[in-house]
Design a binder for this molecule. Structure first.
Ligand code: NAG
Ligand code: NAG
Ligand code: NAG
Ligand code: NAG
Length: 246
């Protein structure tokens, strides 16, 4: 934890001076980007407003608060859902080149089994993306950062290979709606941490604790979903949208 705080402190110090230097005191090359990262569940709050449905983190923190050291949850978090302007101003003041954030699946597509997008979810991310671009900050978007629709979790989450189909469908909506402006995409944040701690251990939702089975099934399906989404983007969207893909 101390190490993390030190890192963030150094990063902010470095950025706030607008003087990007490496360990030897030499300037970073111009293609080296500095930025700040977040994830939807950790910052957005507004867990039950405007058509968003319940995800696995909402469910976990509400049903098993003892699993969180201080029993807290992300119902409000940093309230970023209501603070687009304030957040972008903070980013602008820090002088970052990019802001990496994730999309809340259940805010965009409340039922994974339907094709009905939630207009308020689309509006929220459109406003955030547009304001970042107006301020010269590149949006770097993670499509999945641990917050799975609870109905998919009830079907086994990433241990069920049906997840590939549903994740691809959600990603297609994401590219269609935001890919005209977002050029740097990440499919899946830290699959190793997610699968190990969530499926092999009991530290993150769904806390299956199926060591030796859970993390392998999860990793296998996560990799296949990543590959399918990569090809979807490369074959269908890259030519018009000219994005990069990681
Ligand atoms: C620091 O940056 C300079 C110029 O880009 C580079 O030549 C040097 O290897 C870098 N040193 C370290 C420790 O990263
Ligand atoms: C949303 O959740 C909050 C707790 O975070 C609760 O107070 C409120 O009543 C809920 N609203 C609805 C519409 O369920
Ligand atoms: C998780 O599994 C380990 C053994 O693999 C066991 O020691 C531990 O008690 C389990 N945790 C829970 C909460 O059941
Ligand atoms: C990505 O698309 C390009 C152009 O359609 C194609 O040439 C290339 O083989 C594709 N890359 C992969 C890894 O499939």
């Amino acid at each position: 934890m101390k190490k993390k705080i030190l890192f963030v402190f150094l990063l902010i110090k470095c950025i706030s001076g607008h003087d990007f230097r490496n360990k030897s005191g030499e300037r970073f090359s111009r293609d080296f980007l500095f930025g700040i990262a977040s994830s939807a569940y950790q910052v957005e709050g507004a867990w039950n407003v405007s058509g968003k449905s319940t995800n696995n983190w909402d469910h976990f923190t509400h049903t098993r608060p003892e699993k969180i050291s201080d029993g807290s949850n992300g119902d409000v978090a940093c309230d970023s859902y209501h603070k687009i302007k304030e957040d972008v101003k903070l980013l602008k003041d820090l002088g970052v080149h990019f802001y990496r954030f994730s999309l809340s699946w259940t805010r965009i597509l409340p039922s994974p089994f339907s094709n009905k997008l939630n207009p308020d979810g689309i509006r929220y991310y459109n406003e955030l993306i547009d304001l970042l671009l107006e301020n010269g900050i590149e949006p770097m978007v993670t499509i999945f950062h641990f917050d799975l629709p609870q109905v998919l979790q009830d079907l086994g989450g990433y241990t069920n290979s049906l997840i590939i189909k549903y994740f691809v469908k959600y990603a297609k909506f994401v590219f269609e709606n935001f890919g005209d402006r977002v050029k740097i995409w990440t499919t899946f944040n830290e699959p190793h941490i997610y699968c190990l701690m969530g499926y092999g251990q009991d530290l993150l939702p769904p806390a299956y604790n199926l060591s030796g089975i859970g993390e392998y099934l999860c990793s296998y399906n996560a990799l296949k979903a990543h590959a399918a989404i990569y090809h979807l983007y490369n074959n269908t969207f890259r030519q018009q949208q000219h994005g990069k893909y990681r």
